[in-house]
Design a protein around this ligand. Structure first.
Ligand code: AMP
Length: 120
């Protein structure tokens, strides 16, 4: 599927829509989720045009991949959730219930986040 250059996160990267920035470098942007599901809820996105982790893993440069993984750790430290723990979530595609078609990892924490998934 072709990357949608007008998805909401692409527009945030271009500065067309505001966000509450937590961290930014050449390759990565992290900002607060607009509808936080836990006390701390931050989204970490690559600035490049990757719709999900599958595309990112296959197409991103090594510099982008290194920057993204390092940024996730840095943001967790910056938020202080590394001390008591946190959850990373990367919803992917229809079955993964991905709403925004630009790769994003949710960092949720600041309180217990509960079991990983409800039983079926
Ligand atoms: P997902 O279901 O993994 O695609 O999650 C998309 C997330 O993006 C949701 O948690 C939304 O609350 C969040 N979101 C949507 N629009 C914005 C926005 N303009 N700024 C910050 N977060 C947003």
């Amino acid at each position: 599927m072709a990357y949608d250059r007008n998805n909401i996160f692409a527009r945030i990267i271009r500065g067309e829509i505001p966000c509450s920035t937590v961290y930014e470098d050449d390759h990565v942007l992290a900002f607060k989720d607009i509808e936080p599901k836990r006390n701390i809820h931050v989204l970490v996105i690559p600035k490049g045009p990757y719709e999900d982790m599958t595309a990112f893993a296959a197409q991103a440069s090594e510099a982008e991949i290194v920057a993204y993984i390092r940024a996730i750790g840095l943001v967790a430290e910056k938020l202080g959730v590394d001390v008591d723990g946190y959850r990373l979530i990367a919803n992917t595609g229809a079955n993964g219930h991905q709403e925004v078609p630009h790769l994003h990892v949710h960092i949720v924490g600041g309180e217990p986040v509960g079991p990983m998934l409800k039983a079926k």
